[in-house]
Design a protein around this ligand. Structure first.
Ligand SMILES: Nc1ncnc2c1ncn2[C@@H]1O[C@H](COP(=O)(O)OP(=O)(O)O)[C@@H](O)[C@H]1O
Ligand SMILES: [Mg+2]
Length: 490
């Protein structure tokens, strides 16, 4: 089979399309192709994900073992920190949903606050703080319920508010106002957190808690789709700061706090099979970090969340040639049931099963479906794997050939089923309590249709497929709720 891979080099006459034909028509060839790819990956010895080191590809933190060998009893010292962080975490879960919307609303409660009441408790708390402060920085927690490490000492919230105010300056021209808006949005993703910044980030309508409770409630009335069991946790401020510090900058004590916190707020089972993401972003392009399975990975699930969130935030870094903000604008981390691939689909992006998925654009103000498009759209996928500067990378050659082999089946399935999916969505819409236009992603597996993801239509790929006369821009939540509410400032 190494011959086939050799054929895939540019000098040969066998094109990716030829290879795709061979694979499509002979499962044995498909198997050999996968084996050759696995061997090539192993021989290359490069285990870093496409986005750099991450929990799956780097050596795990020393964790508990190290904590117990230090002179301090760190396990005992961090126990109350974890308790406080858990108490301060807002969560929402599909398990809370008994089928009517009042249950959903009841579940959306502010976190219980862990207040110290008695003098003895206060004393103990002060002693605890002093013990933590005396630790060497290499083992000192970088996040507690009340303290966290920052990069620079700047008033983030005030800076962000000032940028937002400049976007409203009627004397400035549009270009200047736009630039302040861009800096504001970039700042949400890259600056150290404070409580104002946290509240601003929390306003992103694309983040899961803003739409999943509503979607789940509507679906509970109609039972048109399945929804993966899901728990959303709003990360406490100090933990949400960790992706900003960077996964690689965390010491073993901090990893331990993070991972034990995750275990409790998500009620993790060591034998679980989970799909993890932030409220707005998954590691789908390096799927090794999107799925968390096996007890050792589950024990480090918090690490996965931080690493994924860091990748999303890095897209907004000023060091990038192209700065993309928004992917990391969320306070939420999400753990979902992993939906097994019952059709044994071929995989791209290091393990993502290529299943038929539908992106349905809807208008929630007049309860209509605007259009639907194949999620793995042909032109986009071919361009991604074959027409970008990294087209010769073995991953992209593998994914191109795999995609081409699967393409006819994906197209047939979409054609056959998209009207049915649209009609099912249409039936939910009168009960879907959201404002404006949205994209809803549906994944087919066997005879099941799974509701997977939503985002505001105007920030979703393929919005241009909605006829121009039907398209509505989304209201910007920061301009609408903050900038307009600010008093006359100029
Ligand atoms: N619970 C799940 N189990 C298995 N695969 C999933 C699950 N959720 C999503 N996926 C797969 O991962 C892809 C990306 O997931 P999604 O939640 O839409 O993340 P993103 O925010 O990065 O778009 C989906 O299109 C689907 O193929
Ligand atoms: Mg998505």
């Amino acid at each position: 089979m190494s011959r086939l891979i050799a054929h895939a080099t540019p000098e040969t006459t066998l094109t990716p399309a030829d290879l795709a034909d061979l694979i499509r028509n002979d499962p044995k060839v498909a198997e050999q192709f996968e084996q050759a790819y696995a061997n090539a990956m192993r021989d290359a010895g490069n285990n870093d994900g496409v986005l750099g080191p991450n929990p799956r590809t780097s050596t795990p933190a020393a964790g508990v073992a190290m904590l117990e060998t230090t002179e301090h009893n760190l396990t005992d010292l961090i126990a109350p920190i974890i308790d406080d962080l858990v108490a301060d975490t807002w969560t929402w879960s599909t398990a809370d949903l008994a089928g009517d919307t009042s249950t959903v609303l009841a579940a959306v409660q502010p976190p219980a606050s862990s207040t110290m009441f008695t003098a003895a408790q206060l004393n103990a708390a002060q002693e605890h703080t002093a013990a933590i402060a005396s630790l060497d920085p290499s083992i000192r927690p970088q996040a507690t319920a009340t303290a966290m490490q920052r990069d620079i000492d700047a008033p983030t919230g005030a800076l962000l508010a000032s940028m937002l105010m400049h976007t409203q300056d009627e004397n400035a021209d549009d270009r200047v106002r736009r630039s302040f808006y861009n800096r504001f949005r970039q700042g949400l993703d890259i600056l150290d957190l404070d409580s104002i910044a946290y509240q601003m980030i929390d306003m992103n309508p694309d983040s899961m808690s803003h739409w999943l409770p509503q979607l789940a409630a509507a679906n509970a009335l109609h039972q048109e789709f399945r929804i993966p069991e899901t728990t959303i946790a709003r990360a406490p401020l100090s933990l949400l700061q960790l992706p900003r510090l960077g996964y690689g900058a965390l010491n073993a004590t901090t990893h331990e706090i993070l991972n034990r916190w995750a275990e409790r707020v998500f009620a993790l089972e060591p034998q679980g099979d989970y799909f993890v993401k932030t409220g707005t972003f998954s590691s789908k392009f390096d799927f090794r970090n999107a799925r968390v399975v096996s007890p050792s990975e589950v024990a480090e699930l918090g690490d996965y969340l931080v690493a994924i969130h860091e990748q999303a935030l890095q897209m907004a870094s000023p060091l990038n040639e192209r700065i993309v903000y928004g992917a990391g604008t969320t306070t939420e981390w999400v753990v979902r049931e992993f939906v097994p691939d019952t059709e044994d689909s071929p995989t791209i992006y290091h393990g993502l099963p290529l299943r038929c998925e539908f992106r349905v654009f809807v208008d929630c103000d007049n309860d209509t479906v605007l259009t639907s498009v194949p999620y793995w759209e042909s032109k986009t996928m071919r361009h991604r794997f074959a027409a970008m500067e990294d087209a010769n990378h073995p991953d992209n050659r593998h994914d191109l050939i795999t995609y081409l082999a699967a393409e006819p089946k994906l197209k047939r399935r979409f054609k056959l089923q998209h009207r049915d999916v649209e009609r099912r969505i249409e039936r939910l819409l009168p009960d879907l309590d959201l404002v404006g236009q949205w994209s809803i992603d549906v994944m087919a597996d066997g005879s099941d249709l799974w509701l997977i993801d939503m985002a505001q239509a105007s920030s979703s790929a393929f919005f241009d497929r909605v006829p121009a006369r039907l398209r509505q821009p989304a209201e910007d939540p920061w301009i609408a709720q903050i900038a307009h509410a600010l008093p006359n400032w100029h």
